[in-house]
Design a protein around this ligand. Structure first.
Ligand code: AR6
Length: 175
């Protein structure tokens, strides 16, 4: 069984095989976690991203981590929240699924996710966390990943993940 945990702090500091970026379709950097990852990885990351020719919403593409402690960065493009009637939930689930597929391809055993789409893109944080957890649980065993960190940059996000993970554990104990 893979270990799923909520951790607080800055994803760029984590010593894991892969970190996931909440990127945009250009893959050429931006604000939020994307900006932090590009700053920490150094200019080689932007040069590598230029060669990827962008990325569709719901998809993810891999680069090395360059100056980051992580070996890989999986650049996932989450949906912009437009009220929920524009396939946002499926596109968000697809980001988590595609990141696990990239983990399998690159033999990454540990992976850290930010709360994709819940910052600048405005996806409601609690619903996003439910989608993240259910998608990871459905696909983690086939990916070869042993450890999944949900990196929470603010206390509200941390509280949501801790609550959902604790609820899932107690459901498991009851079985
Ligand atoms: N480590 C972990 N999480 C972080 C960090 C960090 N260093 N910095 C911010 N977060 P956002 P989005 C959290 O806005 O909503 C960019 O401009 C943040 O608190 O980074 O998917 C891209 O280029 C929030 O919980 O990503 C796109 O244009 C979560 O990461 C756009 O923003 C995601 O917030 C993507 O927007």
């Amino acid at each position: 069984m893979a270990k799923l945990k909520a951790v607080s702090g800055d994803i760029t500091r984590l010593v894991v095989d892969a970190i996931v970026n909440a990127a945009n379709t250009s893959l050429l950097g931006g604000g939020g976690v994307d900006g932090a990852i590009h700053r920490a990885a150094g200019p080689e990351l932007l040069a590598a991203c230029r060669k990827l020719d962008g990325c569709a919403s719901g998809d993810a593409k891999a680069t090395p981590g360059f100056r980051l402690p992580a070996k890989w960065v999986f650049h996932a493009v989450g949906p912009v929240w437009h009220g929920g009637g524009h396939n946002e939930e499926e596109l968000l689930a697809s980001c988590y699924r595609r990141s696990l597929e990239l983990a399998r391809e690159h033999q990454a055993r540990s992976i850290a996710f930010p709360a994709i789409s819940t910052g600048i893109y405005g996806f409601p944080a609690r619903r996003a966390a439910e989608i993240a957890l259910s998608t990871i649980k459905a696909h983690v065993e086939t990916s070869g990943v042993d450890v999944v960190d949900f990196v929470c940059f603010d206390p509200g996000t941390l509280a949501i993940y801790e609550q959902l993970l604790t609820a899932a554990e107690s459901r498991q104990d009851e079985r």
